[in-house]
Design a protein around this ligand. Structure first.
Ligand code: ZN
Ligand code: FE
Length: 255
């Protein structure tokens, strides 16, 4: 049976998302920004929390863990390379590991850069990816603990997922990301189309995610740093892709 998801907003601009296996009843919260909205989502769906799958150690992704764990006794799965910075972890995982959620099986992908141990979860049967603060729609996370080469490599791993993969990210940043992306690729038609779509969604008070990897590849400048036209637009024709990526990321930091 196909996996089900339930997406909701929390904190200022974070997304929370529940992943549910209808066959077994298992339900995971992807990250735990704060407990109350996760509890509200559980009440709205009638699902019982069995797991928390953590992408990285930042407080806006982990602060809800203690209260949720106390209430539900759920398993906490966290990235091996930064698990010591996360409370109440039961299981640590890294690249290539499989995380089971009832009958669902997710593959762990190391995606360092935003934090040094950041991971993403990919469920191939349902083509669902949970990418935390590595990839945003039309953007990417700040490179805080890693370096640009590392982040570029992480993004190319996510970019290599099937085009029809739907991905869930940690924040609703899409609109401001689009404003910036237009400064890099003002003539990108896929970006213009995405901008219209996002305006419609936000006007209707709807989230702008999930987006698909295929659509992102056409419009997200951070996934396009190895294209000649993108290198040219930032004055780095002939430079390695990671340097073009670093320049785009740097401009976004100052935008
Ligand atoms: Zn973060
Ligand atoms: Fe975050």
């Amino acid at each position: 049976m196909a996996a089900q998801t339930y997406l909701f907003r929390c904190l200022t601009d974070n997304f929370g998302v529940l992943l549910h296996d209808p066959e077994s009843g298992a339900t995971a919260s992807i990250d735990a920004p704060e407990a109350a909205p996760v509890e509200a989502a559980l009440a709205a769906t009638g699902w019982r929390l069995t797991d928390i799958l953590v992408t990285h150690h930042h407080g806006d992704h982990t602060a809800g863990i203690p209260a949720l764990k106390q209430h539900h006794g759920c398993r906490v799965v966290a990235p091996r390379n930064e698990a010591q910075r996360i409370a109440l972890v039961n299981e640590t995982v890294g690249e290539g590991d499989t995380v089971r959620l009832g009958s669902l099986a997710g593959r762990v992908i190391d995606t360092p850069g935003h934090t040094a141990g950041h991971i993403s979860y990919f469920f191939p049967t349902d083509k669902l990816a949970f990418v935390g603060d590595t990839l945003f729609s039309i953007g990417c996370g700040r490179v805080i603990e890693g370096n640009p080469q590392m982040m570029w490599q992480s993004l190319t791993k996510l970019r290599a997922l099937p085009d029809d993969t739907r991905f869930y990210c940690g924040h609703e940043y899409t609109q401001s990301n689009i404003r910036f992306a237009k400064t890099i690729e003002p003539n990108n038609k896929a970006l213009a189309a995405r901008a219209e779509e996002v305006e419609r969604l936000l006007a209707a008070n709807k989230p702008t995610i999930p987006a698909t990897i295929g659509a992102e590849k056409a419009a997200n400048p951070f996934l396009r740093a190895d294209l000649a036209e993108v290198a040219q637009s930032v004055g780095l024709t002939g430079s390695p892709a990671w340097k073009v990526f670093a320049e785009i990321r740097d401009r976004k930091n100052r935008f």
